[in-house]
Ligand binder design. Structure first.
Ligand code: NAP
Ligand code: MG
Length: 479
């Protein structure tokens, strides 16, 4: 079944963004040429090359860390919290003012639908800066002391480029640290626009430094001897390598890694709302979400009904041009990620699960994957255990609440979970038993700067957001 609705395309104009042919590094408040090579960033929806971006080498990273250290010692750590807050408020307001530009650029470089970058990513980015601006002069009431750590080295992934930047930079700056941040290789452009926003806000030079590059640039930041704190969001594999690299040093570390969240639907749940929550849980941002509800656990008595409603709903998802305001599911971020999603889906079929994909027409160019669901999945299947990081849902069933808890917790990850039921008491008892950093009840993928986020087990350690998010950037009593 194809969509019964016809929509006239409603593309957002690209005219609001000004993409330069090439970009340097942002060090000490200025854009400078890199000493190393450069790489191209592409629009994953079209494969069009957008710009040539400098790849920072070790000497470039060293220069950025030196700039951050100078800014820390001479300016930022000496400034009162109230003064620092003024800069953060200013940045937050400029993000709002330039929100459309940031959203369009994010969708072009990342492939996510404009309705998400416009209505989710950018508003939460601004909210994050407003929120931590509010803490800057109240640190001594937060309970973690008020002494900053120094220079923070921050490495982020491509799925929420600007949002991850905000999660890293806002609390670091509010606490009086300076930063060297590396965006992901496939999504550097909004971080570079953020660098312009720092200039516009008159942020003292060196407080924020943006060094673009790939894994080697990230490694150079993490292993730099004058970095006091490492903050990383990305894969569990790289997270483990980072934990090993900083072991035995004085560096503080926070790691936000992968996930394989269970979205649990009980038979008393309002099923249409649950179906919306399942769709939001796994198809939001093409499933490129660490806390995506990638394992659906549905109570056996309603499994057939839920599956038929879910497939009907999936058939109406509009997959295509990220800049079209009608689009629900955009492009996969890179050819490499598309290959990983395809590979794991093929393994799912080979292992005997039944695959169903929404009957949508995919554009000829670019990287695309139709929203897909696997039924007949068992806990031993790789598609039930490994993170796919794409629009692919694995469905398992359960009979009793304790079986649901056991299956949900049977994973090396522990980032998030969802519970759908009419019973408040069941929500509370499930939330107590699920080994996950966030448990959503009758909703999914809700983010707010006041709420801490982070994982158990192989999903990492440390919390970002909320009052707890300050702890990672302040010296504790035993440091
Ligand atoms: P990734 O390969 O781990 O990359 C993350 C970042 O680390 C990128 O900037 C990457 O550079 C850089 N990097 C790669 N190797 C490095 C090394 N040896 N040392 C230092 N930095 C290094 O992850 P990804 O594929 O981009 O992102 C997807 C993963 O991130 C998923 O597993 C997802 O679950 C996780 N994630 C977690 C959260 C969370 O909050 N828990 C949020 C978002 C994503 P490149 O530019 O070369 O990639
Ligand atoms: Mg790109």
């Amino acid at each position: 079944m194809t969509s019964p609705f016809e929509y006239a395309p409603a593309p957002e104009s690209r005219a609001v963004v000004d993409i330069k042919p090439s970009y340097g590094l942002f060090v000490n408040g200025e854009f400078v040429d890199g000493r190393g090579t450069s790489f191209k960033t592409v629009n994953p929806a079209t494969e069009e090359v957008l710009a040539e971006v400098a790849e920072a080498n070790e000497a470039d990273v060293d220069e950025a860390v030196k700039a951050a250290r100078r800014a820390y010692t001479r300016v930022w750590s000496r400034m009162s919290g109230a003064e620092r807050a003024k800069y953060l408020y200013r940045i937050a307001r400029i993000i709002q003012e330039r929100g459309r530009e940031l959203a369009v650029l994010e969708s072009i470089d990342n492939g996510k639908p404009i309705k998400e970058s416009r209505d989710v990513d950018v508003p939460i980015v601004a909210a994050h800066f407003f929120y931590y601006a509010g803490w800057a002069d109240k640190l001594k009431y937060a309970g973690f002391g008020d002494t900053p750590l120094g220079v923070a080295g921050q490495v982020i992934p491509w799925n929420f480029p600007l949002l991850m930047l905000a999660w890293k930079i806002a609390p670091a700056l509010a606490c009086g640290n300076t930063v060297v941040l590396k965006p992901a290789e496939t999504t550097p452009l909004t971080a570079l626009l953020f660098a312009e926003i720092c200039q516009q806000a008159d942020l003292p030079p060196g407080v924020v430094n943006i060094v673009t590059g790939a894994g080697d640039t990230g490694r150079a930041i993490v292993s730099h001897p004058d970095v006091d704190k490492v903050a990383f969001t990305g894969s569990t594999e790289v997270g483990k390598a980072i934990a090993r690299a900083v072991a035995g040093t004085e560096k503080k570390v926070t790691l936000e890694l992968g996930g394989k969240a269970a979205n649990i639907v009980f038979d008393d749940a309002p099923l249409d709302q649950a179906v919306e929550g399942i769709v939001n849980g796994i198809f939001f941002n093409q499933g490129h979400v660490c806390c995506a509800g990638s394992r659906l656990l549905v109570q056996e008595s309603v499994a057939d009904e839920v599956m038929s409603r879910l497939k009907r709903r999936m058939a109406t998802l509009r997959v295509g041009d990220p800049l079209d305001k009608n689009t629900d599911v955009g492009a996969i971020n890179s050819a490499e990620q598309l290959a990983k999603i395809r590979e794991l889906s093929e393994i799912g079929e080979a292992e005997g699960a039944e695959r169903w994909s929404a009957p949508c027409e995919l554009p000829a160019n670019g990287y695309w994957f139709a929203p897909t669901v696997f039924t007949g999945v068992t806990q031993a299947h790789r598609i039930a255990r490994e993170e796919i990081f794409g629009p692919v849902l694995s469905v398992l069933t359960f009979r009793t609440p304790s079986e649901a808890v056991e299956k949900a917790n049977n994973t090396p990850f522990g980032l998030s979970a969802g519970v759908w039921t009419d019973k408040g008491s069941r929500i509370l008892s499930m939330a107590n038993k699920l080994r996950a950093g966030v448990v959503w009840a009758n909703t999914f993928n809700k983010f707010d700067p006041t709420s801490p986020f982070g994982g158990y087990k192989e999903s990492g350690y440390g919390r970002e957001g909320g009052r707890h998010g300050l702890e990672a950037y302040l010296k504790g009593a035993d440091d």
